[in-house]
Ligand binder design. Structure first.
Ligand code: HEM
Length: 526
């Protein structure tokens, strides 16, 4: 009897508390919404539920959920996920307004709710930095010293060495009839190419190191999704974050150790050669600014580490995802695979390895890469924040409003793209003259935006395109590929989360066709 009463009391108390909190949150959110919309003509909103707002439209593959809402309710929507109001942008004309007409006005990003974390903290990050002196300085230095087209051309040899390592690994598997986890190998390739370029270090050299690195990158993306979810709960976000507190402490610590080690190696080397080494990398240059008391912008050690973290996380998995989707599409479309191989054979032949310098003469390769970026943009969603009240699509955008760009929707808009869901590289194969007529500039539309647009556009475009073109061309030139499943079809299902990656690793059996590259580790070229 006693137990029953206690149980009843507990249930009753729980229900009362639940009711009161729901009521409290409902009133709080209503007040917030009124404050945001006060006297403004905001974009339309689909039907919302009490407290959670539009959270019920979200699916585990987040950009797909957003895409479905925009298809049903329109390309410009005012949404609220629990406490978080934002505007979802899903069409090319609206993307054009954000990236061109109001570029400067939308050049801020969301302030991270986890301010001073090495991972995603906006007080130290370049990615999250507000548009201002620090961001401008880092952007200038990254373009002039690393990511500009002249610098990318100069660093071809480093990428070639990593590509040869990768091809030799595939060759080894082909010679022993083994299945390759292409997802793992491509990530190692893109990781090592990026790390060697930014800090002259290979972060995933040995197999166990590579696995640790891969794990760390995957954990970081998972944590980013969890943090984004926690931040929906406004003042209660830290409470929700308690559920993954361990990861929140451990992942930044692992990165801190990794970058501190590389920083110290660079400092030791600079002490030994008096900082006069000819082959300076980006880390050497930033360390010089860090130690220079008269530098135009003061940067901290934490900012250097976070900057490398931004490049490491922003550049590695995105590039790998693009390569994997392209290989998957080519395997699933043997006639397009053959067309690409025929192009490489006619321009390069079979006696030498296709090079980055061949890419301008390989239009079908370029078209296939573009088509993959259109269909499977590795970063389908990203944010911008409105700095001053303005109008977009005829509606008011209040100062401070977050805009979420869904470039997945922009690049599948049937009003702009014929057969938007089909893999058709040919759509990008138009003569120069025709391109002038049909091109983005002539149409005046930002309709091909896998790297974003305006001044906050991705600075790593040249680098990722160089790695993608060269590696896919080499895989097509040198090997035949069979997917390790009975259907011989690559499964291109997306993984859950905020970014666009394959849900399952791409496991393939490679078969050597030609191997016109120097052998390593005892491999002999055929
Ligand atoms: C296929 C590969 C890649 C894709 C699809 C991609 C996509 C994007 C997108 C959509 C943005 C947001 C742009 C905007 O707000 O308009 C971005 C920003 C950024 N990306 Fe990439 N990216 C890729 C590779 C890289 C690489 C290789 C690096 C560097 C090594 C890199 C570094 C960055 C950085 C630092 C930012 C922040 C820029 C800023 O806020 O000013 N990305 N990227």
């Amino acid at each position: 009897m006693m137990t029953n009463i206690t149980c009843f009391q507990y249930t009753f108390t729980f229900l009362v508390l639940w009711f009161v909190s729901v009521l409290f949150l409902h009133v709080l959110f209503k007040r917030q919404a009124r404050q945001v919309s006060h006297g403004l003509h905001l974009p339309p909103s689909p039907p919302a539920l009490p407290v959670i707002g539009h959270l019920h439209y979200i699916t585990s593959v987040v950009f797909e959920g957003f895409h479905n809402v925009s298809v049903k309710y329109g390309p410009l929507l005012y949404l609220r996920l629990v406490t978080y109001p934002f505007v979802l942008v899903s069409s090319a004309p609206l993307a054009t307004e954000i990236f061109r007409t109001h570029d400067l006005n939308f050049s801020d990003r969301i302030k991270s709710p986890f301010e001073d974390s090495l991972l995603f903290g906006s007080s130290v990050s370049f990615f999250n930095a507000p548009y201002g002196e620090y961001w401008k300085f880092m952007k200038k230095i990254s373009m002039t010293e690393l990511l500009g087209s002249a610098q990318i051309k100069r660093s071809r040899n480093v990428r070639r060495e990593e590509l040869l390592r990768f091809l030799n690994k595939i060759l080894e598997k082909a010679q022993t009839n083994e299945v390759v986890d292409l997802s793992a190998q491509v990530l190692i390739l893109s990781n090592n190419s990026t790390c060697r370029m930014i800090m002259s270090a290979r972060c995933s050299g040995e197999d166990n190191e590579a696995e640790r690195c891969r794990q760390l990158i995957f954990e970081s993306f998972e944590l980013a999704t969890k943090l984004a979810f926690a931040s929906l709960f406004g003042p209660f976000r830290k409470l929700f974050a308690l559920a993954f507190q361990k990861q929140l402490e451990e992942i930044p610590r692992k990165y801190d150790e990794l970058f501190e080690k590389v920083l110290q190696e660079h400092e030791d080397r600079a002490k030994m050669d008096g900082g006069e080494r000819e082959e300076k990398d980006l880390m050497d240059i930033l360390l010089k600014v860090y130690h220079d008391t008269n530098a135009e912008v003061k940067i901290t050690r934490a900012q250097i580490k976070t900057f490398f973290l931004d490049l490491f996380i922003g550049g590695t998995r995105t590039t790998a995802d693009g390569i994997l989707f392209l290989m998957g599409e080519l395997i699933n479309h043997p006639e397009k695979f053959k067309k690409l191989r025929d192009e490489i054979d006619s321009v390069v032949g079979k006696n030498r390895l296709v090079e980055e310098s061949d890419v301008p003469n390989l239009p079908y390769l370029q078209a296939a890469v573009k088509e993959t970026m259109r269909l499977h943009p590795p970063v389908p969603l990203f944010d911008r924040v409105c700095r001053e009240t303005c109008k977009v699509g005829g509606y008011d955008m209040p100062k401070g409003m977050t805009v979420v760009m869904n470039v997945y929707s922009v690049m599948r808009d049937p009003k702009v793209w014929e057969d938007p869901n089909e893999f058709k590289p040919e759509r990008f194969l138009v003569s120069d003259k025709e391109q002038d007529k049909q091109g983005e500039a002539a149409r005046g539309l930002c309709d091909f935006v896998p790297f974003g647009g305006g001044r906050r556009q991705c600075p790593g475009t040249n680098l990722s395109m160089s790695i993608t073109h060269a590696s896919v061309a080499a895989m097509v030139q040198c090997f035949d590929w069979k997917v390790a499943n009975s259907a011989n079809k690559a499964n291109l299902e997306p993984r859950s989360g905020l970014t666009l990656s394959l849900a399952k690793p791409l496991l393939c059996q490679p078969m050597v066709r030609v191997a016109p590259f120097p052998a390593q580790n005892g491999n002999s070229s055929t």
